[in-house]
Write a protein that binds this ligand. Structure first.
Ligand code: SF4
Length: 466
């Protein structure tokens, strides 16, 4: 059994803790036995992983289990449908391992493990075969999932990529190496932007990360390297005291020196994550390499569903020299029922927080649904003689012809995702077809094989960045 480390070692040496350590965590931080039992039960279905830094510096144990950081790190009652929780409890009480495994599999299958067409529409093909560990949804951007970067320093209970972490190979995206990506980029010079993502690619050693990034620096059509990471919030030691922290910063400098834009896509969900001395120093070190830091997170009930929290978050990001970028809507997967915030509430909350910001922080966009046809932002609500409508806009789209175009849907106080919306009769036909999933599905081909320009508008395709 892995034991929690003494404080002096624990704050500098990374080690992950999971369901097996829940009793030790409960003893040490005063968590009630019934709350520990809940974590043990729900984490059979949803992934659970924490580390010493998040336990000792981010969670407010006096407020657990209601503390927002506790809720985003520890599986809770209500995150599974009550019928599923009953099914799981009964299977666990019975003690038969095969029945427990069958119940877990059945429940996971009902949680929409790959939302927004990730497996059906985003996995690209080359020479007739799928390229493993790659997603291509938007024309200019490809996502690369290095096989060894498919875990995180801690797991977020709301993660839309939860299926990556549950040990089921069928649910997992992973590229064994950079070779497929390099071949794909060779065939697709229109891709200028590569997002290395996961999981968290910075869980990898710098040497391993280098293996995936170095070949990109030889490809002239790659102009931007993005790294999607929550390590600044969950393990800032990655940039400070890890044995290869300095090597990582040298790698960042090398990417910038190659003439490419390096964007660290940092994920901060709550202002407390930016309040530690370690995180502030990590952000300063990243900036010193010439990398730009963009910040994004979902709006989630029980954690950050009020305007003052978002205002404080964006202002803390700006003060740290980072760019507030996206407020996402919680996606239609995993424990969405527990975390979802209706679009009407989200739009009001976004505006209330946005109004408090200085101009330099008004770089942020939201609330944004990263849905099957693309990224849809809720710009506001309008009242007309025909009724109330959401004003919506395609910020990004599989089909480039849809990008930037507005449309409307009937106002609803309960709708929480694009599929819940009833489009207005005046919605443009191509947008309505994309939203309803009736647009002709197409797979991106290398430019030489592209159809003539008139047909391209119908055949756009692309990838989502987290
Ligand atoms: S991929 Fe991102 S959101 Fe998901 S658990 Fe890891 S850090 Fe959290």
């Amino acid at each position: 059994m892995t034991l929690l480390m003494p404080d002096s070692m624990a704050t500098t040496r990374f080690r992950a803790y999971g369901p097996r350590q829940i009793d030790q965590i409960a003893d040490r931080f005063g968590l009630a036995p019934e709350d520990a039992e809940t974590v043990r039960l729900i984490s059979r279905v949803l992934p659970f992983r924490v580390n010493e830094y998040v336990l000792s510096e981010l969670v407010d144990w006096d407020r657990a289990p209601d503390d927002p950081m506790f809720r985003m790190l520890f599986p809770q009652r209500g995150m599974l449908h009550e019928d599923d929780e009953r099914l799981l409890s009964a299977a666990v009480a019975g003690g038969d391992r095969q029945l427990i495994a069958a119940a877990v599999k059945e429940i996971r299958g009902r949680l929409n493990p790959h939302p927004s067409g990730q497996t059906q529409l985003n996995v690209p093909r080359l020479d007739g075969a799928e390229v493993p560990g790659l997603q291509h949804k938007y024309r200019e951007t490809v996502l690369h999932f290095p096989g060894q970067g498919q875990t995180c320093h801690s797991y977020c209970t709301y993660c839309f990529r939860w299926a990556q972490f549950v040990g089921d190979a069928d649910l997992r995206f992973a590229a064994p190496g950079p070779e497929g990506l390099v071949r794909y980029l060779g065939a697709h010079p229109e891709v200028h932007d590569v997002l290395i993502t996961g999981g968290d690619p910075l869980i990898m050693s710098t040497d391993r990360l280098l293996r995936h990034i170095e070949p990109l620096l030889e490809i002239p059509t790659v102009r931007t390297v993005r790294i999607g990471t929550k390590s600044v919030a969950y393990w800032p030691q990655r940039f400070l005291t890890d044995p290869d922290a300095d090597d990582l910063l040298r790698l960042f400098e090398r990417i910038v020196a190659s003439g490419r834009n390096l964007a660290v896509m940092a994920h901060f969900t709550h202002p407390r994550e930016l309040g530690t001395d370690r995180t502030r120093r990590a952000l300063a070190r990243i900036r010193s390499t010439g990398a730009l830091i963009y910040c994004q997170a979902p709006l989630i009930a029980h954690v950050n569903d009020d305007a003052p929290t978002w205002s404080a978050l964006w202002q803390a990001e700006l003060a740290a020299g980072a760019v507030p970028y996206y407020m996402f809507v919680e996606r239609d997967t995993g424990p969405q029922e527990y975390f979802k915030v209706p679009l009407a509430t989200a739009a009001e909350l976004f505006r209330a927080a946005y109004r408090t910001l200085p101009g330099l922080a008004r770089t942020v966009r939201g609330p944004v649904m990263s849905a099957t046809p693309g990224k849809v932002v809720v710009d506001g609500v309008e009242t007309t003689p025909q009724g109330r409508f959401f004003q919506l806009r395609m910020l990004q789209a599989r089909d480039p012809a849809l990008v930037g175009r507005p449309f409307r849907a009937r106002y609803s106080t309960s709708a929480a995702w694009l599929d819940d919306l009833d489009l207005a009769p005046d919605a443009p036909a191509d947008i309505a077809a994309a939203v309803r999933g009736t647009a002709r599905p197409v797979h991106r081909e290398p430019p030489a094989a592209k159809p003539p320009a008139a047909a391209v508008a119908l055949s756009g395709h692309g990838g989502y960045m987290s």
